[in-house]
Design a protein around this ligand. Sequence first.
Ligand code: UDP
Length: 246
Amino acid sequence: MERGSKFYAGKANTLYEVLDDSGDVLPNVIEMECTDRISAGDGDKKDVVEGKGYANNLVSTLLFKKFAAAGVPTHFISEGTTPASKFVRWAVMIPLEVIGRDFAAGSFCRRYGVEKGRAFDPVLVEFTYKNDALHDPLITDDAAVQLGLVTKDDVDKIYVYMDVINKVASDFFAELGLTLVDFKVEFGYNEGTGELMLCDEFSQDTCRLWDADGNSVDKDLFREGKSGKAVSDVYQKLVSMLEAME
Ligand code: UDP
């Protein structure tokens, strides 16, 4: 497989067509490259974090392989043509962000007035409706089904997958001495087979990780005003830990 033309540049990922050996565009595969771009607050705050694309791609790739091994279908196919990219199955995305929480943080604390760090077991699952005009509001699973965003069967599968994803990712980060606090994932349908699969990413941009002293090792640093350089150093620390493990 070879990289073809760029067809989409999103907030954190750039997407490319993929060519087969004869140079024809493969219909159900794309190459997804994580970039060093970072944004927060509905895109109001933007910067570049050197090495972030590589860091996020590394974490996502390691985790997606583990999720698949644990029985969660994913869009991941193989490593891509650069260290920050991968080949993935093209998906029709479900317009939901699915959030898993092991400990209270961020919007959950603001919404319910609970203290940061309160533990949840089993993982607490929430859905938000991906809609820029509405600012991604929280949505119940029933509303998501009734609005035709996802089927009831797939909601049931998503709850099962969220348990597995949470367990696999929590164990993975625990080995590095980090606590997985919460995370956001997205699901889509395989365009060829219609199968529900985990898509997008699982990285320091889309989860909260606390070290043994409760310090953030994730995008919260940027949300809280740290410079791109400071954020880069922290993302790099996780890369070094992962590379040391290999
Ligand atoms: N999250 C994300 N993208 C979003 C919103 C949230 O990746 O657009 C992640 C976030 O990094 C955290 C989890 O989802 O790990 C829960 O975020 P929360 O609902 O607490 O919102 P926040 O406080 O980040 O606005």
